[in-house]
Structure formats: C-alpha cells, structure tokens
Design a protein around this ligand. Sequence first.
Ligand SMILES: [Zn+2]
Length: 315
Amino acid sequence: MRRCIFCGRTDNEFDGRNQWTVEHIIPECLGNSTLILRNVCKQCNSNLGTYVDNYFVNHHFIKSSRQFFQLRSQNGVIPNAFQEGVTEDGQRIRVDENFVPSVVPSIIQDGNKITIHANSVEEARTMASKKLKRLHATPEQIQNYISKIDESLFQELQPEIRYDITLDINRFLLEALKIGYEYALLKFGDAYWDDPTALKIRNRLNCAISGKMQDTCERPPEASYVPDYLMQGLSRTPLIGAHWISITSTLHNQLVAHIILFFNPVSSFQVLLSEQADCYLENGQILEDFVELPHKGGIDYDKLQEYTGRQSCPK
Ligand SMILES: [Zn+2]
C-alpha cells in the first residue's frame, strides 16, 4: 500500500484536499525531470518546497549555477543571481541578465541640497521637477533649478558592485538530507522505511516541514559536505552540466549517499543513510544516477571519468 514517505499517510487517511504528487528528488528548477518519487502527498510536498527547498534553490550560490546553465524557473524565467548589489558608497545597482548595470533611481534631500541618482540627464531632470513640484516650487523656480543640473557630474557607469551573501550551512545540509533520504527510498523502497537512521532523518525532515525550523535550522548530523578526497577532485573540475548522485557502503558498514550538484563544491554533500549497509548493498556495489542538464548541459564524459575515477559513466 502506498504511503507518504514523510507523514506516513495512505490514501484513505488523506483529508479532502490532499492527494498524491510528483516529488522531484533533486529540485525541478535545478534541471531534474527524471529522478522523481510518486509517494509524497501534496501537503508534505508543498511544505518541503516552503521550508526546505526554497532557501537552497534561491540562494545566490545555487541561483548563479542555475543562471550559468540557463535553467528556467517554473515561470519560464532564467534567474538572475546578480540582480541587485550596492556600490562602495551604498548606491543600489541593478544588473540585467547581460550584466549591464544601471542605478536604482533615488533622490535625497538634505536641507537645500538635492542629490539625484539617475541613469540619464533626462531622468534626473524629470525626477527633480517632480520633487520640486511636491515642494510647491513655482514653474519658474523649477525651470531655473533643472537648467542648473550639472551634466559634467554624469559618468559612465562602471561601478564596483558588492554583493552581501550569507550562507546558513545548516539549511544547505537540510536540503542534502532531503535528497539523500528520498533517493534511498527510490532505490530501496519499503525496505528502507524502518531503518533506524531513516527514522531519525524522517523525524528531522518532518520537524522542518511542519515549520518548526523556520527561524533557526538545526544542523542535521547525518549530512555534511563531501569528504576531502571528493572535494579536492571537485575543486579541480570545472562546472559540469550534470548532477551525480550515488549510494555506496563504507568500510564500517555505513550506507552513504553522495550528492554532487553541478559538480560544484558548494553544492556537494554526503548523507549517512544507515549503519547497516549490508542490508541494502552487496560488498563494493554502487548505485548511481546522472541527471544531465537540458540546455548548456552536455557532459564532458572524459572529465567526468577523470573525476569519478571509474568507467561506469553512461554514454
Ligand atoms: Zn505526507
């Protein structure tokens, strides 16, 4: 019988509006349409989006990969990770998808002095005239003032733009935990449901999707960044238009997933799935999937083999 891999409910336990949905193990907006599950209910799926996926997929680091690989959001738009920054002196700058900067128009009054940030003399004059009208200036005063706008102060805009980026690593690890847990359920089905580690992971994810981690996200002990030997390989590899996810066992009989997104060190994780790997895998066995990205994708298989050190890459 089909039950939701998060809340455990079956069809006849659903309330009126609940139903089965397609859950993307790696978020759909990262270019995944093949690695999916059909046993996640609508309520859990929607809360996963709100409380787990959103932070991750909209973070500057992930957005810039989505932009680089031209992955469209559900609304059809390629995200722009560099949309808004600030200059050294705090002026807000917009950057379009072709990396052309423009100032965010602003007008600041300080006593008798008015400072205008605009993209053209024309724009500055229009803004000044509106402002002066609001200050009840006469048409003559307005004319007099805007004729004095000093055009020589206009400069070609080549600002040094600053982006303030904060990263809540715990929220990145929470996303990794979700991906690893779902992938294990895809591969092992019900056999994995009762695993003691699966239970811990499920409880943690249920805590997140109930909204309890909205303010502060606890660090999930089962998830981490990939170990050094993988990280070193990744930092030598240019971004590859694919994701790679695998499950293997360690010498200590632990079952671990490696989740390598965009082949980028900032989005590459390890998740401990079980302390009893021999219940799931033969010795030395590896389960893996590649998700090739649709547009700029195109995997360089030589580089991939060099990185993974194996011959099993798909062709
Ligand atoms: Zn559910």
